[in-house]
Design a protein. Structure first.
Length: 468
């Protein structure tokens, strides 16, 4: 049980420490603790209309897209995503802007008394993720946002965010991942994710495999939900690769939206955009303003998702951490970049087969720079090196940390080569910290620190319940 004494939180470091003190509570799926804590706080999650987003991949990107589109249409939005790439504040968004450290500190101080009081009275410890979810709901209530866009942390049925009675529930896509918690078949995983759909609500589904479509249909029928699906009710009318992204036209639920420019890489991101547009239409109950939508789409970013942070050499950072993610990464490299020698900075975490992950990358990679993120569930770099080298039939080297691996990969690639960083959002986050990405919309980010300098991360990345 947590220390029952009143927490002193006057600066950011104390706020981060308060959250990190719950890392050791691990993964405890279930809604009892979060339901009890929120009741103790006055149920702030019931005060704001919400959109709830689940899926194996694409949750954060669709969340960002929905916030951008609805915000551009005049709604005050709040967003909660996980995990964070650079700092814990990344999880919390108000009106299109990540909350600043002072607001974050004040928000943690506001709920810390409730957290400790609830833990003391109930002889329990609330997990890291549960505290961050409660923090998000408190922020949204205080800011009186008009819609909260909330990403599921893991699965759906027993995820802390499933206390929501969402107006619109979204499943972006389903593939095999987190089998130790969700099951090892598409159908089992789909059942967990479809459980976020509530009685009489609306369900929007992206591109799903047949077994998942069947589950979605059964859930929609069970709860009387209005179900709209990619490929039948909405979809992509046209998608043409362009410099730095995709020109596309989307067939929505209520309208046709032509000549959109999505400034992020990956053909699958166009499908995600279609899902986000349909979600916004269903939430508003009408078509979107075409001019406003075009502006919103051109402003969408996806940090750590097929993100080009340097051009000579090309450095592409992607949070791919499962087979579906690596299939998208391999396809993007082939379709959207000129032929070049690619060097892979690779780290992974959790119970994963590195060989299975890398299968789509066969023929694309010249050398692997194996490392491990700063996380207690990270797979040892030596194991990553051995498995990946055997899987792809290319040489690998072992590196003490992500920064070292990235520096050597950039040096070996030279100005005409390419470096791709993948395997975990934790790896992506640590790699991104090497570059100055603030205020730079061109993709021509600049190196912020010299390659040999090793900086410690801003926050701990050791919590076992922060899923990538």
């Amino acid at each position: 049980m947590a220390d029952p004494s009143p927490p002193v939180i006057e600066d950011r470091s104390q706020a981060v420490s308060f959250l990190n003190s719950r890392i050791g509570s691990g993964v405890e799926p279930g809604l009892d603790r979060i339901t009890g804590l929120l009741a103790y706080m006055g149920d702030p999650h019931r005060e704001v209309p919400s959109i709830h987003i689940a899926g194996t991949n694409g949750k954060t990107t669709v969340s960002r897209m929905v916030q951008q589109i609805l915000g551009s249409h005049g709604l005050a939005t709040g967003g909660f995503t996980s995990p964070h790439l650079d700092s814990v504040e990344d999880r919390f968004n108000l009106h299109g802007i990540t909350i600043d450290p002072r607001d974050f500190t004040d928000a943690v101080a506001d709920i810390a008394w409730f957290v400790v009081g609830y833990e003391t009275e109930n002889d329990t410890t609330v997990t890291y993720f549960e505290v961050t979810a409660a923090l998000a709901f408190s922020l949204f209530s205080t800011a009186a946002v008009e819609v909260a866009v909330v990403e599921v942390g893991l699965g759906g049925r027993l995820d802390a965010t499933n206390v929501l009675d969402a107006d619109v529930s979204v499943i972006t896509g389903i593939d095999i991942d987190h089998v130790e918690f969700l099951g090892d078949t598409i159908q089992q995983i789909a059942v967990e994710k479809a459980a976020i759909v509530k009685d009489g609500g609306t369900l929007v589904t992206g591109v799903l495999p047949p077994d998942a479509i069947k589950v979605a249909e059964e859930r929609a029928n069970e709860v009387g939900a209005n179900w709209v699906r990619f490929g039948s009710d909405f979809g992509v009318a046209e998608a043409v690769v362009a410099v730095g992204g995709w020109h596309c036209s989307i067939t929505g639920i209520h309208g046709e939206y032509e000549d959109l420019f999505l400034r992020i890489h990956g053909r699958h991101q166009v499908d995600n955009l279609a899902t986000a547009i349909a979600t916004c239409e269903m939430f508003l109950g009408r078509s979107l303003d075409s001019d406003v939508l075009a502006f919103a789409v051109a402003s969408i970013t996806a940090p750590g998702r097929l993100e080009v942070v340097r051009r000579r050499p090309v450095v592409l950072i992607d949070g791919a951490h499962n087979a579906q993610g690596f299939r998208g990464l391999a396809s993007t490299i082939s379709a959207e970049f000129p032929p070049m020698e690619w060097h892979l900075v690779l780290g992974a975490r959790g119970e994963r087969s590195v060989a299975d992950l890398l299968a789509p990358m066969a023929g694309h990679i010249a050398h692997i720079y194996a490392t491990a993120p700063n996380d207690e569930q990270a797979i040892e770099a030596a194991s990553v090196a051995a498995e990946s080298s055997e899987a792809l039939g290319v040489p690998s080297t072992v590196h003490e940390n992500v920064m070292s691996a990235l520096a050597d990969a950039v040096s070996a690639a030279g100005p005409d080569g390419g470096v791709v960083v993948a395997g975990s959002l934790y790896v992506a986050g640590e790699a991104r910290s090497s570059f100055d990405l603030t205020g730079d919309r061109s993709g021509e980010a600049h190196v912020r620190i010299e390659a040999e300098v090793q900086d410690e991360p801003d926050d701990e990345f050791e919590e076992s319940d922060l899923f990538d």
